[in-house]
Design a binder for this molecule. Structure first.
Ligand code: 6PG
Length: 239
């Protein structure tokens, strides 16, 4: 489902409302809400909004469990760390308890880190269950999570978490694979600004070529796919 908003502010309110609604439904259904956060810059404002007076009291955060759809392989106090960004914008302001947060352990080797994270996820979810919501961003080159163009991890069909060395950023990343992303109940992309217009067009309207446009791999098996975008990002798909 495509949600197009006039501007960034309305978009952020829209996806924040959606987040709260999904959390209330999940907590009502099973007593907990499991969400995988996306990294980068776009979600910072969403996390800040969720921690604001307008939203912070709408759900019981002790029933929310936070994972990371991908992580840069850097120390948790590194400015590039997705964990650090979420900690500063969400976990500290909302006083989220450590037992509700599942950071990627970047002190191991990349392969051990990916293996351990997959084990943590398998342990957290009963057989056949998966995330209530996986939040994703969209790179200007059509990557999502750390599924970058022309990387082997795009062809992964069984593992749920993999390490990948991304030449483009000269960095190891730990990432959810397409099979894990597509097992979620809900997958929600957040993309705004004119820099996303071309990637959105290629992912949605371009030739099906996931090796070039990895976000095309995101097709939830039984879940819902939502795109939260603003008019600038939608410029080429809905002029
Ligand atoms: C990351 C993200 C990545 C991000 C896109 C968009 O770790 O960088 O998970 O997939 O969502 O690169 O990033 P921006 O929101 O900064 O444009």
């Amino acid at each position: 489902m495509l949600h197009i908003y006039d501007d960034e502010e309305k978009l952020l309110a829209g996806i924040a409302d959606f987040f709260i609604q999904q959390a209330l439904e999940a907590i009502g259904r099973s007593g907990r809400f499991s969400v995988a956060l996306s990294g980068g810059n776009s979600p910072k404002k969403l996390y800040t909004l969720l921690a604001s007076e307008k939203y912070r009291n709408l759900i019981s955060w002790e029933n929310v469990f936070f994972f990371f759809g991908d992580e840069r392989f850097v120390p948790h106090d590194d400015v590039q760390s997705n964990y650090r960004m979420a900690k500063e914008t969400l976990f500290i302001p909302l006083a989220i308890k450590a037992e509700n947060i599942f950071p990627v352990d970047t002190k191991l080797s990349p392969a051990e880190s990916a293996k351990q994270y997959e084990e943590i996820i398998h342990k957290f979810f009963p057989q056949g269950k998966s995330f209530d919501v996986i939040l994703l961003g969209l790179g200007d080159n059509s990557h999502t999570a750390s599924l970058f163009p022309h990387t082997d991890v795009l062809n992964e069909e069984t593992a749920f978490v993999k390490e990948v060395f991304v030449q483009e950023v000269n960095q190891f990343r730990i990432t959810f694979t397409a099979p894990l992303i597509n097992s979620a109940k809900v997958v929600a992309f957040l993309a705004f600004g004119s820099s996303k217009a071309s990637a959105l067009y290629l992912v949605m309207k371009g030739a099906f070529s996931p090796s070039d446009y990895p976000a095309q791999l995101v097709k939830p098996l039984n879940g819902q796919l939502h795109w939260f975008i603003d008019k600038e990002a939608a410029n080429l798909i809905a002029p």
